[in-house]
Design a binder for this molecule. Structure first.
Ligand code: HEM
Length: 494
């Protein structure tokens, strides 16, 4: 009884003491970094008396924060670096390789320098910020930190996965299914023609179904036909959209330290995966050997030991997911921008590029600093940031930074054609990320968006006023809806 009471009286100390120590630890780590910093106080610390917080140095903001400058923050016990500039983004995502160190290790008797490292360096390492994807994409190419200690099969590393995907899926010469073949154009035309509401209705679900269909055709070389054994496609697409939001919610929740199955968001993801997994399994079981994904599956089965089904399921789940909402979201934003423009002919490439600049679906990517990094904090000074800090590279802020674009908040496709003076720094364009871990499907993603948007802009007048600023944020950002009408240009001209 006494020990129970003792435990009970120690509880408040634990509830307050543990977060306090963790927050102070981050705070101390960032103290030596000469950058403005902000301390985010999670509950229950945010309830402590103001005086006490000031005394602990946890209340005040250090330095004036400008969203377009480097700064640091502590966020739920994690030390964060806020990266909104191109120079710092490059330093984090694509750091220069250190020169080979001279000395005994470079002598003839030393171990071969090509020995694979168990962890990836800064820029290639994804780290704990992506832990919340585990119940969803497992240890696929998107999340893999390199050789996974839990599964030390040959080739079970990010480098191997990416290499295999590039070889079989994204650069496969024998796969016949180009997404731009005439049957696809016909499918896009039929799908868009079916969208004929009398008053503005949401086009986003149609874009999601269309981009899913195109990805399926690209990967398997045949069109998707809804099998009775699978949940309806709409249910699957809604599940993916919801998971996208839940993963971000979970990483921002004070419950992030608990195992996913103990949190409401984690449990919901688990339920939604019961809808998503059968789709990945269907792809695995029915992919023709000559298709892109079939060739990838065969190669993995031949080169890896043991049962690789779980590994392949993670990979297919990731590919289906990564290809649908990113492309559908970009198409949705492009359509919102189109609706706001006069009916003049549209330059499709410039319109898509400006969409990706002003409204990138991936607004940020996160990388842990594996080693300390010196970053340009101002034209004159550098800031040394310690290892262990999570660098959040803000693609959206790089794209709207007035140092790189004139009139950065305006949608001006002509900056990519007739008004190049509106682009002050052409390199400040990273909608697919940067460095070795940039989007592996960027070429096909661009093609799909260009092809579908080309149809919309060429054949239809878009009615309605969808607001591109009204978004849902997950780890990708999409407009909440795209409420429009599509009237054939021929009908308008008549
Ligand atoms: C407009 C379309 C797309 C956009 C804007 C986009 C954007 C991105 C971005 C920013 C990243 C980096 C994420 C990070 O560093 O955390 C990424 C990674 C990735 N993307 Fe895309 N993506 C698109 C289409 C696609 C398509 C069509 C596929 C596959 C068919 C795909 C597959 C992937 C994969 C597998 C990764 C992880 C690569 C790695 O970690 O090595 N993406 N994408």
């Amino acid at each position: 009884m006494l020990s129970f009471l003792g435990l009970l009286s120690g509880l408040p100390l634990l509830v307050l003491g543990a977060p306090l120590l963790l927050t102070l630890r981050c705070h101390l780590l960032l103290l030596a970094v000469p950058l403005p910093t902000r301390v985010h106080l999670p509950w229950p610390l945010s309830r402590l008396p103001r005086r006490l917080l000031e005394l602990l140095g946890l209340r005040s903001e250090r330095g004036k924060r400008d969203k377009f400058q480097l700064s640091t923050a502590t966020y739920y016990f994690r030390p964060l670096l806020h990266v909104p500039t191109l120079e710092a983004a490059r330093a984090v995502l694509s750091p220069a390789k250190p020169p080979p160190s001279p000395g005994p290790s470079s002598g003839p008797s030393s171990a071969p320098s090509s020995a694979p490292s168990p962890t990836l360096p800064t820029g290639l390492q994804k780290g704990s910020a992506y832990d919340n994807f585990a119940s969803f994409t497992g240890s696929s190419v998107f999340t893999c930190p390199d050789s996974s200690p839990a599964s030390p099969r040959a080739g079970d590393s990010w480098r191997h996965k990416r290499h295999e995907l590039l070889k079989h899926v994204f650069r496969s010469p024998n796969a016949s299914a180009s997404p731009l073949q005439p049957p696809l154009s016909a499918a896009i035309a039929t799908s868009l023609a079916s969208f004929d509401p009398p008053s503005p209705a949401d086009l986003l679900p149609l874009y999601q179904a269309l981009t899913f269909g195109i990805s399926f055709l690209y990967l398997l070389g045949r069109p998707f036909a809804q099998p009775a054994s699978l949940p309806p496609l709409r249910t699957y697409l809604c599940a993916l959209t919801r998971i996208r939001v839940l993963v971000l919610e979970q990483s921002r929740s004070p419950l992030f330290l608990l195992p996913a199955r103990l949190t409401p968001a984690g449990r919901e993801i688990g339920r939604l995966m019961e809808v998503a997994r059968p789709y990945a399994r269907h792809v695995l079981e029915t992919a023709p050997a000559a298709s892109r994904i079939g060739s990838f599956i065969l190669s993995c089965r031949a080169s890896m030991s043991g049962d690789v089904t779980a590994y392949l399921l993670d990979e297919v789940t990731t590919l289906l997911f990564a290809s649908v909402d990113t492309s559908a979201g970009t198409l949705s934003f492009a359509t919102c921008h189109l609706a706001a423009l006069p009916r003049a002919p549209v330059d499709v490439d410039a319109h898509v590029k400006e969409t990706l600049r002003l409204t990138p679906v991936a607004e940020f990517v996160v990388r842990p600093l594996v080693e300390p990094l010196s970053l340009p904090a101002s034209p004159a000074a550098a800031a040394r940031v310690p290892a262990g800090v999570q660098a959040c590279v803000w693609i959206k802020l790089v794209h709207t930074n007035p140092a790189y674009y004139a009139r950065p908040q305006e949608f001006l496709p002509e900056r990519w054609t007739t008004r190049p003076e509106l682009v002050l720094e052409p390199g400040a364009f990273l909608p697919f990320g940067l460095g070795g871990r940039a989007c592996v499907g960027s070429a096909i993603g661009r093609q799909v968006v260009r092809e579908v948007f080309g149809h919309v802009a060429g054949k239809y007048v878009v009615g309605g006023r969808p607001d591109y600023r009204d978004v849902t944020r997950g780890f990708t950002t999409l407009p909440r809806s795209v409420r429009v009408t599509l009237t054939p240009r021929a009908a308008v001209a008549a």
